[in-house]
Design a binder for this molecule. Structure first.
Ligand SMILES: Nc1ncnc2c1ncn2[C@@H]1O[C@H](COP(=O)(O)OP(=O)(O)OP(=O)(O)O)[C@@H](O)[C@H]1O
Ligand SMILES: [Mg+2]
Length: 365
């Protein structure tokens, strides 16, 4: 999605990814197959480009620091990424800057008596390597299954809604934000299924969410697009959950519903260009198109034409050539006169379009 924006703006791309058949391999100007931890490959990439950015947190920050010191612009800065990569460091940094969050502590591993001392219910998060809910466990009581590794521990928040504010910050510190979005999750898989924006919250809540989010990206000295995931509690508090220093699932709807997409904003910011408008021109609902539970093999779609008949729908398939159980294979955004209508239509599309695999999940139409 960022490459599409780059092509329009006349920005040439070179992309590094471990999978030679990944969706961007066929779109990037140049493509380098390499593990994201491969320092030598990162040095080679730096030799080919003026600016390096990344769309995943699990990158070799030492190598990024090294190329930055040697003169390549690396944005967001490796120092910001190093803090975000470690959930404990991120939480400590944000609370040190006075940003609101849940009560927290840290433990060495599952046997650490600190887990019981902290109290229940809590949420255990591996310090490193989590993604899409993996690396996060809710500990209801002392018998709940624990994760194996050094972890951040948080009090379980009484969440009314999960909100996200997609922010953009340029090289000179100017910040702006899109309207607050509401994220909905599959409670079992802990994966985001639907995003609605502007979130249906009182204006005073939206203003506070936006303020906290903008202070958060400034506190981390981020450059580019960044999403600040927030909890709105039943008591009406806004707490920071975590920060994604890149375009984010909650901002995909900006492609079809805002003046400037989150991907174009990221490019504008890291390239030192003026930021675009963050105005959202239509209420929008985005649904993630997840592969069926248990799906494997190559993707097989059913209900494609029925989904395409939904008015106001924009379909975005990522071109991933393998399905995995509940893998994000694409998304669909519906814009409409109001959020309720957009939601109905988006659900209609998501209900029609099913992504199975050539192995594993049974066909059902
Ligand atoms: N302190 C908390 N209290 C209540 N629920 C929480 C808490 N922390 C996390 N959660 C729930 O777990 C989900 C995943 O947590 P988090 O965002 O930290 O993990 P992640 O694996 O980095 O997720 P992703 O990559 O999907 O953003 C949150 O979206 C939220 O639903
Ligand atoms: Mg998260």
């Amino acid at each position: 999605m960022m490459i599409y924006a780059a092509l329009r703006l006349g920005i040439e791309t070179a992309v590094m990814d471990p999978d030679p058949e990944c969706p961007c391999a066929g779109l990037a100007g140049r493509f380098l197959t390499a593990d994201l931890g491969d320092a030598e490959a990162i040095r080679r990439l730096a030799g080919e480009v003026d600016i390096v950015t990344y769309e995943i947190e699990h990158v070799n920050t030492d190598a990024l620091r090294e190329i930055a010191e040697a003169g390549t612009a690396v944005l967001p800065r490796p120092e910001s990424l190093a803090v975000i990569q470690d959930k404990r460091e991120q939480r400590a940094h944000l609370s040190g800057q006075g940003l609101p969050g849940p009560r927290w502590g840290e433990v060495d591993g599952p046997q650490d008596p600190g887990i019981d001392a902290f109290g229940f219910p809590s949420v255990q998060k591996l310090r490193r390597g989590g993604y899409d809910g993996r690396g996060v466990a809710v500990l209801r009581d002392a018998t709940s299954e624990r994760l194996d590794g050094p972890s951040l521990l948080e009090a379980k928040v009484d969440v009314e809604q999960e909100l996200s504010v997609v922010c953009v910050r340029d090289r000179f510190g100017h910040t702006d934000a899109y309207p607050v979005a509401r994220m909905e999750f599959d409670p079992e898989a802990n994966i985001c299924t639907r995003v609605c924006a502007p979130a249906d919250v009182p204006e005073s809540v939206a203003a506070r969410a936006r303020d906290v989010a903008l202070r958060t990206v400034a506190a981390l000295d981020l450059v580019g697009t960044a999403a600040v995931e927030l909890f709105l509690t039943h008591a009406g508090e806004i707490l920071v959950n975590e920060v994604a220093p890149r375009p984010h699932n909650s901002g995909h709807l900006t492609i079809d519903a805002a003046d400037t997409s989150q991907f174009e904003q990221h490019l504008r910011a890291v390239c030192g260009l003026p930021l675009g408008s963050t105005r959202q021109h239509s209420p929008a609902v985005m649904v993630n198109l997840l592969a069926e539970p248990g799906a494997a093999g190559k993707p097989v779609m059913t209900g494609y034409a029925r989904a395409m008949a939904v008015p106001g729908l924009s379909l975005h398939l990522y071109g991933k050539n393998r399905v995995k159980s509940r893998r994000k294979m694409g998304h669909a955004t519906v814009i409409a006169e109001d959020l309720e209508r957009a939601r109905q239509l988006a659900d209609q599309a998501a209900g029609a379009l099913r992504i199975h695999g050539t192995h594993g999940a049974e066909e059902s139409e």
